[in-house]
Design a protein around this ligand. Structure first.
Ligand SMILES: CC(C)(COP(=O)(O)OP(=O)(O)OC[C@H]1O[C@@H](n2cnc3c(N)ncnc32)[C@H](O)[C@@H]1OP(=O)(O)O)[C@@H](O)C(=O)NCCC(=O)NCCS
Length: 268
């Protein structure tokens, strides 16, 4: 088994099947190959744009392969932190999101920073509420289906709860990535959508066992290579020991605001 970056032919060789294991975990809709091809093209365009602007490429997608067959996949999504702007970081996902009002048919997620903590650190007088309101507006305008933020303290969790955010998964951070105190902006890596093929056939299951771990390790290595100063992920409670064995530790709680206005019911 070897790990490579995702290429277009992989989409038809098991990539979409491995993503199906996320449907049980996260209730995502299944993608048609044509849509996946189109999403990959948009991600490449974003990578090229970042390169032209001398920024880090946002999308790094790894697949574990046995011959031509793909058994597991994960995405490393990279962005710079921002400071006190209304900015959000929008991640495109391999998820169907059929919002009638949008021209495009792809899943977008808005990542937010922990606004109260950032404001407190800088002893700024900016209003955290205004900053958050503007960020939510921007996420809606951009067609995101959810906004997520990782909170390390109960206080900041309560701030987001007041804006209808709800507690979701466990937020984790990799131990090998140490941020210089107070440094802004910094490069942050997110490990997203770790998924591997699940099958009832024993031999097939054995063939792919551990392939999830290989793609996560590839994403960790890439994050180190490109100089990420933080590497984070969100996962369900039962996967905490799994990610701890890969060098992650608990950081706090993922808070989520669903923005699924006008969305068709999710079919699983
Ligand atoms: C998470 C996942 C990618 C791991 O794949 P993998 O590295 O190939 O892991 P394996 O299936 O070989 O299992 C290795 C160990 O990880 C742990 N583990 C894996 N999946 C787990 C799960 N869903 N819940 C709890 N523990 C799990 C187990 O301890 C397992 O040990 P075992 O040998 O005693 O079963 C895979 O289980 C999967 O596709 N799950 C569904 C999608 C999902 O939940 N993704 C995570 C999003 S954050």
């Amino acid at each position: 088994m070897r790990v490579t970056e995702l290429r277009q032919p992989d989409l038809g060789n098991g990539f979409l099947e491995s993503l199906k294991s996320l449907s049980r975990a996260k209730k995502v809709m299944h993608l048609a190959p044509g849509d996946a091809k189109w999403i990959l093209r948009i991600m490449r365009r974003e990578n090229n744009r970042a390169t032209r602007q001398r920024l880090a490429k946002p999308y790094h997608i790894f697949v574990a392969k046995d011959g031509q067959d793909v058994g597991a996949t994960t995405t490393l999504f990279v962005h710079e932190s921002w400071y006190l702007s209304n900015g959000i970081f929008t991640e495109i996902k391999f998820i169907h999101s059929k919002v009638k009002e949008w021209k495009m048919n792809l899943g977008k997620v808005a990542h937010l920073g922990d606004i109260p903590v950032m404001i407190q650190k800088r002893k700024s007088r900016a209003s955290p509420c205004r900053v958050l309101e503007a960020a939510i507006d921007e996420a809606l305008q951009d067609g995101c289906y959810k906004t997520i933020v990782d909170c390390e303290s109960r206080e900041s969790q309560e701030f987001f709860i007041a804006f209808c955010f709800v507690e979701k998964e466990v937020a984790m951070r990799h131990k090998d990535f140490k941020t210089k105190r107070g440094k802004f902006p910094k490069l942050i890596g997110h490990i997203e959508d770790v998924a591997r093929i699940r099958t009832k056939r024993k031999n097939e299951e054995k063939r792919w066992k551990g392939s999830g771990r290989l793609v996560v390790q590839a994403a960790i290595d890439r994050a180190k290579e490109i100089g990420c100063e933080e590497l984070v992920l969100e996962c369900e409670e039962n996967l905490v020991p799994y990610y701890e064995s890969l060098g992650f530790e608990r950081r706090g709680v993922e808070m989520r605001l669903d923005l699924e206005i006008g969305k068709e019911p999710i079919k699983t």
